[in-house]
Design a protein around this ligand. Sequence first.
Ligand code: SF4
Length: 225
Amino acid sequence: MTDEFIRRVTGCRRCPRLVDYLAMVAPAKGRSRQDYWNKPVPGFGDMKARVCLVGLAPGAHGANRTGRPFTGDGAGDFMYPLLHRAGFSNRPQVEDLQDGLELRDLYITNAVKCVPPENKPQHLEYQNCLPYLEEEFSALENLRVVLLLGQGAYNSYLRLLKSRGEIRSLSEHPFAHGACFQPNVNGPHVLASYHTSRYNVQTGRINPQMFLELLSKARELAGII
Ligand code: SF4
């Protein structure tokens, strides 16, 4: 994305509850507030990407600390090695903005760019942030697959499709792991996944094989060899 977009997102204060929360997120043990990004977190990746992965929101001690989606928390620790195995990146481990990570044919972002209390954005916060997500999609001219992690991100994207008249209702397309449809023959496929949160991994709701199969499906739908 352009520097101008990144400046606008990182300076955004549209959601008062989230702005207040950012000011009071307590650092994890052994860290100080100076170690934290503590701003909205824009997406990143290959602007020629055919696949866009959308999560819910920055993790309090992951993306909200490092400034990059899924970097520094359990969800990313699960996901990035598998993205590498599937051919979407140049390295399996990630640490921070200086780790040299490059995505290939993949762009990663969140439906809501600010960390929400208890990982639960409110409806208005999804709505406030949707224009940024829309801008990211518009900038991805080769986009063929939108891979949505978790019901929050999935429903947020479906609301965007509904506002464009590409679907009639959200209830016609219920969330399920592996759910897939193409709302418009000229537009990207929609592919749903359980979120890769530490909770979902620890409870066995999602495992590496399930996620790898979904990444393989995303590559196939996107025509990536
Ligand atoms: S969640 Fe999005 S719209 Fe709300 S303050 Fe953060 S960047 Fe702005």
